[in-house]
Every structure is written in C-alpha cells, then in structure tokens.
Design a protein around this ligand. Structure first.
Ligand code: LFR
Length: 493
C-alpha cells in the first residue's frame, strides 16, 4: 500500500521533539521536524512543568509535519508519573508539578504506615520512587485543586486531550502511578481509597494502539489539516515506547533506555512479584501488547547534564560535552565510584547546592578518592553509572531466571560511546548501541500497526528497526576490576 506518514511527539525532561515518520514494507524513516528545550520551572518553592508551553511546541511541530506532506496519525509519549487535574469544565487546575518537586519528601514513609510495603508491591509491583503519582497525590490532599478535581490526566493524555477533547489513561503510563493493579490491569480504586486519594478522578483506561479520537476542528484549523487526523494511543510512557524500539533479535537481551533517566531491565510476559523482587526494589511497569518491563530507575545522564549546567552557569570554559567526555576517556578508570542512585542527586542543581559538589560529597562519604578536576568527576559519574547498570542487569536476570547474551542501549545516551563501552566492560557483555530515537520509533510503529501496517507483533516491529537503523557494537574489554569497585561501594554502604 501507499506509505503511511505519522507524527511522533516524544517529550523528555530536558528536550522535546516532534518527528515525521514514513512506514512502508521494509521501510521506516524518521525526520526530526521540531526540537525544543524543556525543563521544570521553579516558582515560589515549587517545581512545575510549563505544560501550556509544551502544548504550543506540540502544535508548532504538528503544523510543520502537516505542511510537509500527508498526515495519517499522531502519537504522544513522555516521561511518566506526572499529571494535570481538570475541573468539571475540563479546565486545567493549576500548574503541573514536576516529580522532582520536594512536596513528596517523607510522604512515602507516611503511606507505608497505612498500606504495608509488601501489600503495595503485591498489587502494583512498583519500585519505591519517592515521586510515584500516589505519593504526589497524597502530598496534594487537602489542596483546593485536588478537592475540585474531576479528572486526572497523565501528561501525554493531557496533551492528547487538548488535541481531541477525549479523556483517558493509557495503560503503560497508568502502570507507573502506583495506583494500578498490575495483575488485574485496572486501577486499584481500593488502594486509592485507603490512602485518601479521590479514586473517581482516575479516567477510563485504554491500550496502546487504541484510537483516542480525532483532532478537534478548532485545532485542525490551526494546523491547516486537510483531512481528519486520528490521535492514536501509543506506549505513552516514553520508556514503554523506547522498549518497543529496541532492535532486539533472537538473543536474550537486557536493555538500557538511556536519557535523563536510565531505565535498566528486561522485557517479560508476566510481572515478578516475589519478595526478592520487592527487596531489590524492581519495578514491573506495563509494556506495549501486555508485556511487563521489569526494570530499575538509575539516576542517568541527569547527573552529568546537571553538572554541565552548573559549570556553564559558573561561566567556566571547556564545559561542552565532547570536551568533557574526551577528557573523561583519558582519566584513570574506576578511581572514584559513588552510589549514583543516592537521593541527594535527585533535585536540580542550584547555585547554593551545585550538582558537582554533591557528587564530591558522596565520594568523600564513601571514603573514595575525591575527584580533583572536572574530567575526573565526569569519569566518576560514568563509571558509577556503568557499575549501577551491571548490578541491576544481573539482579534483573536473577529475578527472572534468565541468562543475558546482549545489552541494548537505546535513547540519547546510546550516542555516548564512552558510556556504552564502559557498560560493555562492566557487564561483561556486548553492548548494541542505538537507535537514539527508540522512543519515537516505538511510538511510530504502534501507530502504523493501528493504521494497517503489517506489523503483527513486537518481533516484527523490532525486525524493521534492525533492518533500517545502524547499530554500534561494543565488545567487553577486560583489564579493569569492576568486582573490586562494586565491593568498595558495598562496603561503604
Ligand atoms: C524516563 C521516565 C522514567 C520515569 C521517569 C519519571 O523519561 O519516564 O521511566 O520513571 O521518567 O517519569
């Protein structure tokens, strides 16, 4: 048939993009038509997303896609967990909080006194991140906004609502709220009730691949759309779409979706809700086509990008990423390692509490040699990330009873050759790096299937990605003692 042409909106915490994609048998091509910076905005002690600004950028991107050719569908994915509230008129109530806002400090501990951790895990299968939606909502109890809320919409669903007027919650993202029953695949209204969250605001669930609705006439007019265009639910959690875009073949694979966060884990058919999985604090997020993403959040390139931002704001020279990475590549290996998932690294860098100082403080506290210059600090961050990847991939494989043969690194971080090489070295496994735009590709592929493309399952989608996108292979090198580095960190804990 004629090639399909769709728009993929993929929003990350530090940048968003709108891509135009064409899909035909044996063909999958992606063009970036619009890229824009994103970041949370501090306002009087709170941290918000500029969601109306994001909507404006989405419209600008869609207009550019529509102007350059036919448009058969639109799909939106973004980071998880964060939500907007609508009032009974369908208007947004207040600003949308970033999950890095401090309002959830101490909230999880409070909730766990009402719902024991074992019980919470048995229902939701989720790792304990302080910012899970459930904790954000508990923190918001008693606020005017929550009390007048009629509907909660996760971010991609909010943006889809602004395009179509339709409300709902796509399952892969709903699964990250910790208000979702991973076995029943429904909201856990019971959990919501017990923690005092108004369960009636949780909208009807939908699956990746469902048609959400049509671009409404006023929006279509603004976009100069010639015909009716459907908005299609994709794996609206960016990580779910990225996992669809992992170009895996026959080998048993682990993946690292490497962006602001690094999401490290496996794709499974069924959740692992064992006590061992709970204690290891692994999450069972919902994937496309009913799969499960058994994974762990690792602080990711956030730490590096916040260091770079901090150095740049101090007006230092030579703080561009290529210079820093080249220097880090020459710096001694595994000299300093830290626990890269320490909660101290979660909040944005500020002049009073800069990210580089926090990394140095962690090193000092662990009794590690303190990095003496920027290159050494960057190396410490990368070595520490690789060490975390190694630990979590091994644990995931143990929990699932698998033996990994290869690690796929996708997302923007797949372009960081040094980090990919260190990952191969640390894991003792080959790393296949790319594509950088896996999330957008996963978004496109699910839309294409709904629109009639012959992509019956994830395997077919991945075969198409592999056939159309080059990968870089990193073989593990010996010579550095990752076991000893891991033992040092464990001893410091
Ligand atoms: C990655 C991601 C992670 C999620 C975090 C917060 O972009 O979606 O999967 O844990 O952001 O939403």
């Amino acid at each position: 048939g004629a090639p399909l042409r769709v728009a993929a909106v993929d929003l990350g915490a530090t940048s968003g993009r709108v891509m135009a994609a064409t899909v035909a048998p044996g063909h999958l091509a992606l063009t970036e038509v619009h890229r824009f910076a994103n970041g949370a905005v501090p306002v009087r002690g709170s941290l918000y997303w500029d969601v109306v600004g994001l909507h404006r950028e989405v419209l600008a991107g869609l207009r550019a896609v529509a102007r350059s050719g036919p448009l058969h569908g639109i799909g939106i994915d973004s980071w998880a967990v964060d939500y907007g509230l609508l009032d009974r008129d369908g208007a947004l109530l207040g600003n949308v909080h970033s999950h890095r806002d401090r309002r959830t400090d101490g909230v999880a501990a409070e909730v766990l006194r009402t719902v024991p951790a074992e019980e919470l895990y048995a229902v939701t299968g989720l790792q304990q991140l302080p910012f899970n939606t459930i904790y954000q909502l508990v923190a918001a109890r008693g606020t005017a906004a929550l009390e007048s809320a009629e509907t909660l919409l996760l971010l991609p669903d909010l943006l889809a609502y602004w395009l179509t007027g339709e409300v709902g919650a796509e399952r892969t993202n709903a699964s990250t709220t910790q208000l979702y029953d991973v076995s029943a695949r429904e909201w856990s209204t019971d959990l919501a009730r017990r923690v005092g969250v108004p369960w009636a605001i949780l909208p009807p669930l939908r699956d990746a691949g469902d048609r959400i609705g049509w671009v409404s006439p006023d929006v279509a007019a603004g976009l100069d759309l010639a015909q009716d265009v459907p908005v299609i639910a994709v794996g609206s959690h960016d990580t779910a779409s990225a996992v669809v875009g992992v170009p895996a073949g026959e080998e048993e694979f682990g993946y690292i979706s490497s962006g602001t966060w690094s999401l490290v884990g496996l794709e499974l058919e069924k959740p692992v809700l064992s006590e061992a999985a709970r204690v290891a604090d692994f999450t069972n997020e919902g994937g496309v086509d009913g799969t499960v993403r058994l994974l762990k959040n690792v602080m990711g390139l956030w730490v590096l990008s916040e260091c770079v931002r901090s150095w740049t704001e101090q007006g230092l020279a030579g703080t561009d990423l290529p210079t820093l990475l080249a220097g880090a590549g020459e710096a001694p290996a595994l000299r300093t390692v830290v626990d890269i998932n320490d909660p101290a690294l979660l909040a944005p860098s500020t002049a009073l509490d800069p990210m580089p100082d926090r990394v140095v403080a962690l090193a000092a506290r662990a009794g590690e040699p303190v990095p003496e210059h920027r290159m050494a600090l960057v190396r410490c961050v990368l070595d520490s990330l690789a060490l975390a990847y190694r630990r979590h991939l091994r644990t995931a494989a143990d929990l699932a009873g698998r033996r990994l043969e290869v690690v796929h690194v996708v997302g923007g971080g797949s372009q960081n050759a040094l980090l990919c090489q260190l990952t191969a070295d640390a894991c003792g496994l080959p790393v296949l790096a790319g594509p950088a735009e896996a999330a957008a590709l996963g978004n496109v592929l699910v839309q294409a299937r709904t629109l009639g493309a012959d992509l019956p399952d994830l395997a077919a989608m991945r075969t198409l990605v592999r056939a159309t996108h080059g990968l870089r292979r990193h073989e593990p090198r010996g010579g550095h003692d990752w076991d000893a580095a891991e033992a040092r960190l464990d001893a410091a804990r």
